[in-house]
Design a protein around this ligand. Sequence first.
Ligand code: MOS
Length: 732
Amino acid sequence: MKFDTPAQNNPVDQLKVVGQPRDRIDGPLKTTGTAMYAYEWHDEVENVAYGCVIGAGIAKGRIVSMNTQAALAAPGVLAVITAENAGKLGKGERNAATLLGGPAIEHYHQAIGLVVAGTFEEACAAAALVEVQYQSEGGDWDLADKKPTVTEPPEDSPDKKVGNFNGAFEAAEVKFDATYTTPDQSHMAMEPHASMADWQGEKLTLWTSNQMIHWCHTDLAKTLNIPEENIHVRSPYIGGGFGGKLFLRSDALLAALGARATKRPVKVMLARPLIPNNTTHRPATIQRVRLGADARGHISAIAHESWNGNLPGGPTETATNQSEFLYAGANRLTGLRLAELDLPEGNAMRAPGEAPGMMVLEIAMDEMAEKLDIDPVEFRILNDTQVDPADPTRPFSRRQLVECLRTGAERFGWQARQAKPAQVRDGQWLVGMGMAAGFRNNLVATSGARVQLDAGGVITVETDMTDIGTGSYTIIAQTAAEMMGVPLEKVVVKLGDSTFPVSAGSGGQWGANTSTSGVYAACVKLREAVANRLGLDAARTEFADGQVKAGGRSLPLADAAANGVICVEDSIEFGDLAEKYQQSTFAGHFVEVGVDCATGEVRVRRMLAVCAAGRILNPKTARSQVIGAMTMGLGAALMEELAVDTRRGLFVNHDMAGYEVPVHADVPEQEVIFLEDTDPISSPMKAKGVGELGICGVSAAIANAIYNATGVRVRDYPITLDKLLNGLPDGV
Ligand code: MOS
């Protein structure tokens, strides 16, 4: 189905099942431990063996020698795989560094070997016996050092200019210019990267934990130099991804190589301390924001520039995205700069681009509002735009930023905030309020599904869409139930399998809207097929209560499949509505913090997010997405930072003891409000993404609340107490 004109009324608008706060249909499997994760499929195979991954001990250079004799002789060892004996490997389209390194080493903890043994313990013990001698080379590991050398944008993303920024900034009555930093961050999904591989002749089955089945499938075929049809990827349950499992990673490749060498099924899990350096991370940024306005607060000039580093072939962090669209202003400049660094590969982490971009832009807006002596909520509202500021003929499909901010201010009690910082005390705590806008673009991509009706009236949906803890199973079941007029219990959803139609996958907050739209398209086809079988006029058929009704007749839906199942397949393909309209999602984030007046310890006390993100397909699962994202924004504001050893080129705190994320005790009262925002431009579902919107702006709201509490402005994340201590008010 081609989607190239705004959606009309359709069966989803009934909202009998879609839009309802239904419990997760996979919930019982998860809470009883019976949902199978990647490392748990041993009952599907016999005689499984275990791999232990060896990570490079240097960040850049060469392996001079690798002695595996002792490891091979150790108890239980079946094979030691290295680049030398692995055969000729290709490289996936989406990997910057090779997944099995050697002799050249491209980054610290790059996989250089896999020891396979009868037990996990034997594999690990033997891995410790592998002797590696390296020739270390110097490298570039410090973004701030490299920054002055990067003056041109990457070829594929030229600077964007509207009007004359320099002239307008120069002429502005009030000017603001500041530079901020965000650190490298790690996804830290609860489930580590893990895979099990099993070869039957030329055919490989890979059980893994991956957000994008099609990317994993095609890149594994490329890397192994074998036909795609010889690989079957299965990833039905995923314990969190956050972008860290978008791509084929070393666990999957090494499991396949280990199984091929030993002729046994092999499991490989990346140990937690290996993950931050071996896989991808959110790259650090240095960002400069300049704002010029008239004395009444209208922005006339806005510039946002961002620098990040990456291995050759790694992507640019597009942290200036939102600054093209969020606020009005006739003169604009946004630009990206990419430095070559020898740190591990940077790539997408929840809301790549906007997450770090909004961390910065929304502090800058707070600082500018103060300079102008305007309330920060009013300053944003004053500079709202209903069209793309670079092209006034291009409206937003829907844009309710102002409503988000007004609703949030009212609900949060914003009017009680003291504009002057460090005015409010509660015992030992300095108390402050902060806010930020939230913004994340709404992306769409082709997504396919297969649906089947059987004689029992059961609808089975198959798509290679994944559920990374987000609720995909449930919203897909809701969609099929609504379309076919059956209760949720009559729908079976099967996901995460490369034999199913290719979906948009779980990424960039496009998953919910696009995968359900693919299911919608397939269900439209199924409705036609059912009507034809029953001899009803397809155009006038109603599907409700397990019945199909047309022209005064009503027949049980199941009757259509009495003589054999009906199975159809379709996909949603998006036309140019995303070009004609700017499609984005909006939020208002409000936060109250307490800062210990003696120690500088920050405790977030209350958080509120008001979101406008299209039709909300399931308010319960959507709320879970937003509170999870708000929690991640809290981590980014106060705790999360991969510490770079700039002499040796690695992330030092590469485990969950050293890399801090919020725990329950850190997370306060969180409230989420969804505004009514049905968007017929986005898809037949009239929904948009929400899973990444929830993080965008949160950290800045916390930073702004800390400033309001203490009078200390911190421009370098995370805001740890050492950055506050010297600035805390005297005599408290
Ligand atoms: Mo998302 S960072 O594209 O999983």
